[in-house]
Design a protein around this ligand. Structure first.
Ligand SMILES: Nc1ncnc2c1ncn2[C@@H]1O[C@H](COP(=O)(O)OP(=O)(O)OP(=O)(O)O)[C@@H](O)[C@H]1O
Ligand SMILES: CC(=O)N[C@H]1[C@@H]2OC[C@@H](O2)[C@@H](O)[C@@H]1O[C@H](C)C(=O)O
Length: 428
């Protein structure tokens, strides 16, 4: 992994020999910042809770986050379908809301205890995590506009997670950024900057979950590189594709594994061009979105637009896959003048994919087609496990909160200032 700064050892022992060569002085330096933190995240696909037990050292430029154990714990089906229904606009009574909130918190707490247990089985004398950073489950996200403060609701209250897991828990990470005028999302750009920056490459860290989001990282050798880091939600990741696959397969499939189905179709380019004129894609950052926009209703409109073209199911999936790929590439071209289209630029600019969509081979092909002068790789190839990158980020955000270090990046969220993110729920 190319990190701009040397690793900070948790415990380093150095033997100093005096200039006369006789004295053997043992100096032990302990990194006081080392801490084990559990990060918990469930994203817009609602496919389960990602739990990452991470050892963190350093603060920002010297930040290190080593994944000690990572696992995804699926939601019990009853809760998954209720969450998806709520995300889709189903009405809930306040009592039902409270019960759902507690059910999610209980699942998150169990995930934290399970990952702790797994780590202890692998490393019996390893110290336990002392902090949880829990993103919770987004069930509603209304982006900030010029006239209205944003509203972002994550269920799975931290006080219940702390009580069940018996570990101090930090939650509600988006609220402080929204209070400062930001979108409350994306929040990963600052952790991406310190974990994935490279001295020579321009990097585009692209998550393709239900929704897509990018963090742009200039080479860390450039003066003021930190000020040039930015990010935004690029639009749909897999959300429309998953809905279409479920519909076209009459519920037999929930996603297009490896993009195999779409790969048998053809992209309807005029349709993609038409869809790209939608307001979200043309809006400059800072911007954020969710299933509220790129959900069932949006797909219904896409299907209506497709009628004149008489597409086969495979063509439709190829076209929706291309919408994800071309909306990503298009947003780089529109909003990142740093993106070079020179034929010889390929060695110096790299997209690092993460999230489930990085496994969709057809989607990767389409992205390469739209970004011919950019290398396409995964964050794993740069040292950060793409399946757990978001969970790791929330562990780091909790660690920063604990150390009074702001977690948001105003250039990504549009907040007026860097803010301490998260509500702390200590043990009683
Ligand atoms: N092998 C695969 N081939 C194609 N697509 C895949 C594959 N594995 C996972 N996916 C896609 O990835 C999605 C899940 O991605 P991920 O878990 O990163 O989303 P998320 O974290 O819930 O979303 P977000 O990042 O928006 O919060 C699945 O719904 C599916 O569409
Ligand atoms: C409101 C919300 O949950 N947003 C998610 C979602 O999933 C991807 C994208 O949209 C991103 O903006 C964000 O999550 C990541 C972890 C973030 O805040 O950086």
């Amino acid at each position: 992994m190319a990190i701009p700064h040397p690793p900070t050892p948790v415990l380093s022992r150095s033997t100093g020999i005096s200039e006369f060569g006789s004295a053997n002085i043992e100096i032990a330096t302990v990194d006081e910042t080392a801490m084990k933190v559990i990060g918990l995240m469930s994203g817009t696909s609602v496919d389960g809770i990602d739990a990452a037990l991470v050892e963190i050292t350093g603060t920002t430029l010297d930040l290190r986050a080593e994944l000690l154990a990572g696992e995804t714990y699926p939601y019990p089906e009853q809760w998954r379908s209720q969450i998806l229904a709520v995300c889709g606009g189903a009405k809930l009574s306040m009592l039902e809301l409270a019960d759902l909130d507690d059910a999610i918190a209980t699942c998150f707490a169990r995930a934290a205890m399970a990952i702790q247990e797994r780590y202890k089985t692998d490393v019996p004398d390893g110290a336990s995590a002392t902090l949880i950073g829990s993103h919770g489950q987004t069930v509603f996200h209304r982006p900030t506009t010029d006239s209205k403060m944003g509203y972002s609701l994550q269920l799975g209250r931290g006080e219940l997670i702390a009580a069940i897991a018996q570990i101090t828990t930090i939650d509600n990470f988006r609220a402080a950024d929204i209070a400062a005028g930001g979108q409350g999302a994306p929040l990963v750009p600052k952790t991406d900057a310190y974990l994935l920056g490279d001295p020579v490459e321009h990097r585009y860290v692209q998550n393709i979950g239900g929704i897509g989001n990018v963090t742009y990282l200039p080479p860390t050798s450039q003066p003021d590189w930190e000020q040039k880091v930015c990010g935004w939600d690029t639009g749909p990741g897999n959300s429309l594709l998953d809905l279409a696959v479920t519909q076209l397969s009459e519920g037999k499939l929930t996603f297009d594994r490896d993009g195999a189905w779409a790969a048998t179709g053809n992209v309807c380019e005029p349709l993609v061009r038409q869809w790209l004129t939608q307001a979200y894609f043309c809006t400059p950052p800072p911007k954020s979105t969710g299933r509220e926009l790129f959900g069932a209703e949006y797909l219904k409109n896409c299907l209506a637009d497709a009628i004149p073209y008489q597409l086969t199911p495979a063509d439709l999936l190829a076209t929706l896959t291309d919408l994800t790929a071309s909306s990503i590439a298009d947003s780089y071209r529109q909003f990142l003048p740093q993106l070079s289209t020179a034929a010889n630029a390929k060695g110096s600019q790299r997209v690092l994919l993460c999230g489930g969509g990085s496994r969709n081979l057809y989607l990767r092909q389409r992205l390469q087609h739209h970004l011919p002068h950019t290398q396409i790789a995964t964050t794993d190839e740069a040292g950060v496990d793409g399946d757990y990158k978001e969970a790791i980020a929330f562990a780091v955000l909790a660690y920063w909160r604990d150390r009074q270090i702001p977690g948001n990046l105003p250039t990504a969220t549009g907040a007026k200032q860097p803010m301490l993110l998260g509500d702390v729920h200590p043990l009683e």
